[in-house]
Ligand binder design. Structure first.
Ligand SMILES: [Zn+2]
Length: 392
């Protein structure tokens, strides 16, 4: 009795009687049957334990001690003494018509949350990749209602003949709303018009590149649009980098190397610069006044960024834009024109705390998943998978 209890505990399967266990190569075979119980006839409701015959079913289970586990389950077929209906005994750990125990499926759902290929998960579970892929089809977290804060972004997925796909998220509650197969405005419009609570969207967070602003105004006229803070700050970083590259072109080899090395100094937070860093920057500025000017403007933007509220930010931003436009630096002027064009949305980021940080996180996972799965040949499956992975 004790022995039987131990095996049951070891297997963590309830009400089984194990009759034999054999290890063959890397597989552990377990022969078993269920304890006899009373069953209800599905046709007339009569309670019976009368057995008609037995059939052995091969069932795959989760690995035990590193062995792939194969259960040889001797299943009873009952016969109803009242209406003669024949029916299989019900087994709690085995879904109907399945060759895998419930916990294999549970394990696969857990593993599908990792950025791994379906093939590797299937192999882990002694399952064929198409069978494991079918489980992904059971996942669907499509949201029925739009969130109060809606973030929109695009990513390069190369799916279904489209380079870019569109991702919609709820950054406040950290959920993916949906992933669309294209970033075409027609498709986004059509998708969003499908929600009947569009008026509940109070904020839309985006970056300045997708060209979504007009569309979002049209769909959510009451919502405030916020430009993601990291995104607009990055524009200055890119501009400085372009100026540096332009400047080093006209220098001798030795200075060019020196310039290249200083790339990170220009981008480093100024309060983290060491004395040595500062000397190096001064040398740099001596031979490139343009870079010095650009750097000063970057510092000045730090001051804009540190504004305590919208009003302060508005004053500092317009002063910054004026100073940039007087600087004569083409690359920086381009940035200032963009900021001017987006000033309302930029200033909103000083008033409300929402960013695209969550969506950036999604995009990173997408990149990893795409790499391990060799692209996304089936967009529908990829979409479900990402939504599963991103669910906390
Ligand atoms: Zn019956």
């Amino acid at each position: 009795m004790l022995y039987r209890d131990c095996i049951e505990k070891l297997l963590q399967l309830k009400d089984v009687i194990v009759t034999n266990i054999e290890c063959q190569a890397n597989e552990m075979h377990v022969w078993m049957r269920m304890e006899q119980r009373l069953h209800r006839c599905p046709q007339c409701g009569c309670i019976t334990s009368k057995v008609h015959d037995y059939r052995t079913q091969i069932v795959r289970d989760v690995s035990i001690c590193g062995y792939k586990t194969v259960l040889h389950l001797r299943k009873r077929r009952h016969v109803c003494p009242n209406c003669r209906k024949r029916f299989d005994e019900q087994i709690e750990f085995l879904p109907r018509y399945s060759q895998f125990t419930n916990r294999v499926n549970m394990q696969i759902f857990r593993q599908l949350k990792e950025c791994r290929s379906i093939k590797s998960i299937a192999t882990d579970n002694n399952m064929s990749p198409p069978t494991a892929a079918k489980l992904v089809n059971e996942i669907d977290y499509r949201m029925k209602r739009l969130p109060e804060v809606l973030a929109i972004d695009e990513f390069r997925g190369n799916a279904e003949g489209e380079k870019f796909q569109c991702i919609l998220a709820d950054p406040k509650n950290r959920r993916v709303v949906d992933i669309l197969p294209t970033r075409k405005h027609e498709m986004i419009r059509h998708h969003l018009l499908g929600f009947n609570n569009r008026k509940d969207v109070r904020f839309v967070v985006m970056d300045m590149t997708g060209g979504y602003r007009k569309l979002m105004h049209e769909l959510f006229p009451q919502a405030k649009i916020i430009v993601d803070k990291y995104h607009y700050v990055r524009q200055i970083t890119y501009a400085i980098e372009r100026i540096r590259i332009e400047e080093q072109k006209r220098l001798s080899d030795r200075w060019r190397r020196y310039f290249k090395k200083s790339k990170y100094l220009l981008l480093k937070d100024s309060d983290k610069l060491t004395t040595e860093d500062r000397i190096q920057l001064e040398n740099l500025f001596r031979i490139s006044p343009a870079l010095e000017k650009a750097y000063a403007l970057k510092q000045q933007f730090e001051y804009v960024k540190s504004s305590a509220n919208r009003e302060e930010a508005a004053k500092r931003l317009s002063k910054w834009i004026m100073d940039v436009q007087r600087s004569g630096l083409k690359e920086m002027i381009k940035v200032s024109l963009t900021y001017q064009n987006w000033s309302k949305e930029i200033l909103n980021s000083f008033e409300y705390p929402y960013t695209n940080g969550y969506i950036e996180g999604c995009n990173n996972r997408i990149k990893v998943l795409k790499r391990v799965s060799f692209g996304m040949p089936r967009f529908a499956r990829f979409r479900r998978r990402i939504m599963h992975i991103m669910l906390d």
